[in-house]
Ligand binder design. Structure first.
Ligand code: NAD
Length: 394
């Protein structure tokens, strides 16, 4: 993107000069080269177009301040694509997403009881588009932060003495293996129905997510808690072994192991103890929902799905909220924070990501709230006003 070829080749040959290399790299990047960032946007359905518009506003403010060149290309996915093209995701849309540096998504889907999209066969419904996109982009690492903002502490369902300590957790979930992707069948044996799901992981699948986990920890508090069920499951015992092998390359990151049942308890008892939680698909599915619940505010939670390059798909953790779509009352912060994750993890622009996160903190501190996080004494704002306030504070 920004590093000229000669510099890249020089760096590859002189990896040991990492200190100098980092300095020169940052000099090139920040002072002399404008980063050209190509972002595919998926506004999607429901509140999707409203919240993505605000995330673009904030990204444009970042580009303006830090001198980057952003190029947004919109594609259709989900219900919007069904209506326009007869299918939830076209080959052309996939190609556009693949050609970008990263994808920023709103959310897809409609009211599952009333929308005609849900009369279609499962592989033609809105969600099929998202599954297909994740597969096409080989997104195997899912990142879901759970951060308690002190200004929103009242929404945290935990006891006051626990929430007072605050928490800032990154759940790293393996996304393409394990029980959800293993062989499954239901059979009848001697008149008795039997269902089988298979949980398999090979060491390569574990290694690549573990590497991501340690890399992400290096951008945070350098602490990884690997969660498994190694007292029972073979797949967990292999998980633990491979994570320990990977840890050897990250002596600066503290590794500990925790059984998944204990982790579920610790999340509500003492969430402040965690930095990065690294875990397999099903455990991560459950723990990340638990972690998001203890923050108390769904409109604030971003997420990212990464592959083994710097490419990622960034989206809020919530859905398309069809009940409030088109009324300019949705909270755009989860999408804005997803854009911050994109800056940090796909573009390595930590300073810019910090600026977006600081803008969110500032706006909350000044008492601005969308309806979903409103509390007494605060100022109620709509989706577009919240986006403008954030952009102004970059
Ligand atoms: P939802 O997250 O869309 O909404 C749940 C509740 O939270 C609703 O009351 C909604 O108004 C509110 N809410 C959600 N986001 C908000 C925001 N940013 N600001 C203010 N309030 C917000 O969940 P749902 O109603 O179960 O699902 C609606 C649709 O979204 C379904 O079609 C579902 O399949 C889809 N969905 C999509 C994704 C995705 O695109 N990745 C994820 C989850 C659900």
């Amino acid at each position: 993107m920004y590093v000229p070829v000669f510099w890249y080749l020089f760096k590859e040959r002189h990896r040991k000069m990492s200190f100098l290399s980092g300095r020169i790299d940052s000099f090139f990047k920040k002072e002399y080269f404008i980063m050209k960032l190509s972002i595919t946007c998926i506004p999607g359905d429901g509140i999707g177009p409203e919240i993505v518009a605000q995330a673009k506003n904030v990204l444009n403010a970042v580009a303006e301040k830090y001198g980057h060149d952003l190029c947004f290309t919109d594609i259709l996915m989900g219900g919007a694509s069904i209506d326009a093209c007869g299918e939830p995701l076209t080959e052309e849309a996939i190609a556009t997403a693949k050609a970008a540096d990263a994808v920023l998504m709103g959310s897809i889907g409609g009211n599952t009881s009333t929308s005609p999209w849900y009369q279609l066969p499962p592989d033609k419904r809105p969600e099929a588009g998202l599954l297909r996109l994740r597969k096409s982009l080989n997104l195997f690492a899912n990142l879901r932060p759970a951060l308690l903002y002190q200004e929103l502490r009242a929404a945290c369902p935990l006891k006051e003495e626990i929430s007072a300590a605050g928490f800032d957790i990154m759940i790293m979930r393996e996304l393409t293996g394990g029980l959800y992707f293993g062989e499954r069948r239901t059979v009848v044996e001697n008149g008795v129905r039997r269902a089988v799901d298979t949980l398999t992981y090979d060491e390569n699948e574990i290694r690549r997510i573990a590497v991501k986990g340690f890399e992400i920890a290096r951008k945070r508090k350098r602490k990884v808690t690997s969660v498994d069920k190694a007292n029972v499951l073979d797949s967990s015992r292999l998980w633990r072994k491979v994570v320990e092998e990977v840890a050897v390359d990250y002596p600066d990151v503290e590794l500990s192991h925790m059984l998944v049942d204990n982790c579920a308890m610790q999340l509500v008892k003492d969430p402040a103890q965690f930095d990065v939680i690294l875990t397999e698909n099903m455990f991560g599915d459950i723990l990340s929902d638990e972690a998001s619940m203890i923050t108390g505010s769904i409109g604030m939670l971003p997420s990212a799905s990464l592959n083994d390059t710097r490419f990622g798909l960034y989206e809020p953790s919530h859905g398309s909220a069809p009940d409030i779509a088109g009324r300019d009352i949705a909270n755009p912060i989860a999408t804005v924070l997803s854009a911050a994750m994109m800056l940090r993890y796909s573009f390595d622009l930590d300073q810019e990501a910090d600026a977006v996160e600081a803008a969110v903190q500032a706006v909350l501190k000044e008492g601005y709230r969308t309806a979903d996080i409103m509390s007494e004494g605060c100022t109620l704002v709509g989706c577009s006003r919240m986006g403008s306030l954030l952009a102004e504070r970059i």
